[in-house]
Write a protein that binds this ligand. Sequence first.
Ligand code: CTP
Length: 383
Amino acid sequence: MRDGLVGRTVTDLDLDFVLLQDAVQTARTLAKYYGAGFVLLDAERQIARVVFKNITVDFAQAEGNSLEQDLRRRDFTVNAIAFDPFTKTFIDPNKGQEDLQRRLIKMISPDNLQDDPLRLLRGYRQAAQLGFEIEAETKAAIQVFSPLLSQVAVERIRTELVYLFNTPNATDRIQQAWEIGLISPWFKSANQQFQQLLQMDLSAKKLGKIYPQLSQELSQGLRKNLKISLLGIAKLSFLCNQNPTLAEAELLKLKFSKIELKSVLAILKGRSQINLLKTRDLSLREQYFLFQGLGLLFPALIVKAMAAGFSLETFSPLINRYLNSDDPVAHPQLLLTGNELMEALNLRPSPKIGELLLEIQLGQIEGKVTTIEEAIAFAQQLL
Ligand SMILES: Nc1ccn([C@@H]2O[C@H](COP(=O)(O)OP(=O)(O)OP(=O)(O)O)[C@@H](O)[C@H]2O)c(=O)n1
């Protein structure tokens, strides 16, 4: 109802139905009837989900004895508007529609926030997504209750954080959430990077104007099933400690996946590599290792560096290499495989083969090697 009333469009529709009885059974019947997926989310509280291709429909048993009671137990007034499809009337005991008009996130009551402290962070996340303000008393209550957030399962916190990182122009909200103590326990040193974090969306926009492809890559996930966007990962890399070991500890506490963790660390490493650009150009070898370390994360590093004050022009040569799939430095192609090298030189498998292949690759980049024969002779010479 909230999203419909403000005209918000989403790619995946999420419908929430409240039933006074038989919620799970109704969901099961519907799933069967439409051949859709069925997931029992909470047997005790009677919540089930029916999954269609781009639509998720949740059925929940009303909490309390009436829909009004159920709506009074929710988090924010704008999230507690119901519509009766039979009578075609709104049921809005908390005056959520008024707050929608005023574009306000307002708590239903402080007790409701305490009942499920994730709601404290949901408030900031939804304010960011909807472009709403947080009403003054609600903001004050969130600040008072902020220590309670640590009682919530970190998986739920992480989900909210990812939403925040993926929301464009929400870095000021992230900063505010940190300043009132909501997310600072997980990112203790973030305040040192806020100035740069706040520049991120602007830098992404600047980059996208000249290189639309990079802008598109930044809005996507590293993999299909990864919710956090590349730009989100770059923002996360600002929030956590800039020392990779300390950053790793922070991200592990929040149970970020291995690939998210590796991505942030790759960006932090890349960030220190490009510091050299302040005084000189990178050698071909250095460029090769930079591209190898980053892979698809390259645009995320560029935005981060721009937010830190580097000019876009500094990166033009590197960006051109990245965008050219035939570029040997950014997208090197092996002249020969490890097996072929072992056969040619009569070698046994050992870590040395990897080292030789790397040297051949670097020789190729530096123009010392162009054919397979030259590659073999080059390796022989090294041996
Ligand atoms: N911790 C929570 C989670 C949800 N809700 C209530 O359950 C509704 C549906 O929850 P959900 O679909 O998770 O959230 P939405 O508010 O719809 O927002 P989004 O889809 O962006 O997560 C919310 O609107 C809110 O009324 C709540 O009160 N407290």
